[in-house]
Design a protein around this ligand. Structure first.
Ligand code: SIN
Length: 306
């Protein structure tokens, strides 16, 4: 089979292949580094950070669902300072682009974190305005165009030369509207989709399975929603898209790229199989070779709608 050039570009950041691991599904890479060289990946999106350490929500906060999982983790993390001191140097040992994912209670907190992370030299900052599991910030910013724009503008003003990627929520009526607001406010890249709000109930106890009652749904069940939303956003903006949501096979990644994504994140699949991102990469490369493409980027946006 002919060689396919797997390199892709996200706002000036070259990934050696289009496969990124999604925030919250790969920790800070330490556990996975026992299985393979993290430099095999295009990018690592680190566990979501906040300005101060957080313990997250009470358990149970993970539940299985048909073809997916619900989580209500609530942004458990050691804080941005600990990430910069203890985790970034570890990730920097590998030839891989490092993406920091941040959530704030206020636009100002996003600004402070962007400045710290830009100074620390991350490759890309993913601004999370779509966590469904926190009371302050999170989804509140991702469901209103003017707030999405305010957070994006503040992040951009403090991120220096580091590109800002805004992570969008699927829990909206019109995702293209939020995407356009983020792009107009300066977003360099958009990532989508975060999880879909969901709920499971134990019929014996009549209690919700998650202590927070609701959580975010991810896994193969959400792939068609992600493909549809990437397609809608790709028609509305010019900035590149990191597509994600339910990817576990090369063909899933190809669907997101055809819909308009330049790169693809593998998330929930990592929990079941640490090698999933590499399998997706290899299957995607094989699919492109079968279709006689010379570069994987030739898939982006090439869907032929009826
Ligand atoms: C969480 O920590 O609750 C998940 C993060 C997210 O959905 O953005």
């Amino acid at each position: 089979m002919p060689d396919v050039n797997l390199a892709v570009n996200l706002a000036g950041v070259t990934l050696k292949n289009p496969i990124v691991v999604a925030s919250g599904t790969f920790g800070f890479g330490r556990e996975y580094s026992r299985f393979y060289d993290l430099g095999e990946l295009g990018g690592i999106c680190a566990k979501g950070l906040t300005l101060h350490p957080r313990e997250g929500n009470p358990a149970p906060r993970i539940a299985e669902t048909p073809m997916g999982i619900l989580n209500s983790v609530g942004l458990q993390n050691p804080g941005v300072d600990a990430f910069i001191r203890e985790e970034l140097p570890f990730l920097r040992q590998f030839d891989v682009k490092v993406i920091a994912n941040i959530s704030g209670n206020t636009p100002e907190e996003y600004g402070v974190m962007c400045e710290m992370l830009a100074d620390a030299g991350v490759d890309l900052i993913e601004v999370n305005i779509s966590c469904p599991n926190v009371k302050a910030g999170g989804l509140a910013y991702g469901t209103r165009p003017e707030l999405a724009a305010e957070v994006t503008e503040t992040a951009k003003a403090h991120a220096g030369n580091v590109p800002v990627m805004v992570k969008l929520s699927p829990n909206v009526t019109d995702i293209a509207q939020i995407a356009k607001a983020a792009e107009a406010a300066g977003a360099d890249v958009l990532s989508l989709i975060n999880t879909l709000r969901g709920m499971r109930i134990d019929t014996k106890t009549r209690r919700p399975v998650l202590k927070m009652n609701t959580g975010g749904l991810s896994g193969p069940a959400v792939l068609p929603v992600a493909v549809r939303m990437v397609w809608e956003v790709a028609q509305a903006v010019r900035v590149p898209i990191l597509g994600m949501g339910g990817v576990s096979k090369g063909e899933d990644a190809a669907q997101l790229m055809l819909a308009g994504a330049s790169a693809v994140a593998v998330g929930t699949a990592c929990f079941a199989d640490p090698f999933a991102p590499l399998k997706v990469r290899d299957e995607l490369a094989a699919l492109a070779a079968e279709q006689k493409l010379s570069a994987i980027s030739q898939l982006t946006g090439e869907v032929k709608p009826w």
